[in-house]
Design a protein around this ligand. Sequence first.
Ligand code: FES
Ligand SMILES: [Fe+2]
Length: 337
Amino acid sequence: MNVAAAQTPNALTLENFWHPIATSAEVSDKPKQFRLLGDTVVAFRDEKGVAAFKDLCIHRGAALSNGKVKDGNIVCPYHGWAYDRSGACVHIPSLPAGQPIPAKARAIPYQAREEYGLVWVAMKDPVQPFPQWPDNAWSNPDYHVFLINVYRWKSSAGRAVENAMDFSHFNIVHAGYTELADGPVVKPYEVERTKEGLAFAYEDGRIRREYTLDFPFVIHDHKKVIATDKGRTWSETDDTRQGDSTILTFIAAPVDEKTTHMYAFMARNHSLDMEDQSFVANFDLVTAQDQLIVESQRPEQIPTDIKEELHLRFPDAPAIIYRRLLRDMGSSEAYLP
Ligand code: FES
Ligand SMILES: [Fe+2]
């Protein structure tokens, strides 16, 4: 993103946040290359868990991902330099015994952790708490959570996230699927700036939607059924009841400025006897409707100058604040611990 360009050496960038690089299943004991923020990352797992580095050997620039893991170290495929988890080079085969390894011989380690069936990387010290589910749904026994799909979009993560928090397109793009029961008019509503990002709620007479953004790219759409007599949306079943709660979560991984991997999850406290798979086809269809729009948006990056593009006060209130957060990321101290 243009906002990633640091103004000062200490300015925050998108590197200061956790992003997923892959599903857990994609990371094994063999080093493999992934992409994040326009750069290459190598990741593997061993008994100590997942590890990730910039996919570059400082010696001659070979990709470490073509190498192997030996005794917990990642070994470059070219001249066999071995790096431990801290990035320190611990072995150079061509050096005579007793000769010290240069202190500058280091790989660049990233913080890595495995959560929610995904492998996450922070390229620099993360400044936000790790993203959590509303209602603690991930570990709450009242809920069942599953990964619906991973969508690969030719768009920026910002555009994808802004789409996921924008319900004023429902009655246009998703007509017949996930419409606002009293739309397309959008009533006034409040947007709150939170420690994690922002939060807002909207009721259409039938469903209350609580949106929470974990800045920059994790968005939860928590839908609670408040009445069952008007309309219906695709994510509920015919016997939808008051109190049914569905959380749609979009985690947008910024692969590069024009590529986003969207990890989409559903958590539900209802229809627990239904197969997860029965929700997927409709979700794929609705997501494809969004993809067509979002991939067409120009410029690909969200313009963070509020004067660019045209905003309506109520439907676009979250987007206005979101753009300010993106714009101010480098200069503001809002995210410092
Ligand atoms: S390029 Fe990696 S060891 Fe030489
Ligand atoms: Fe949509």
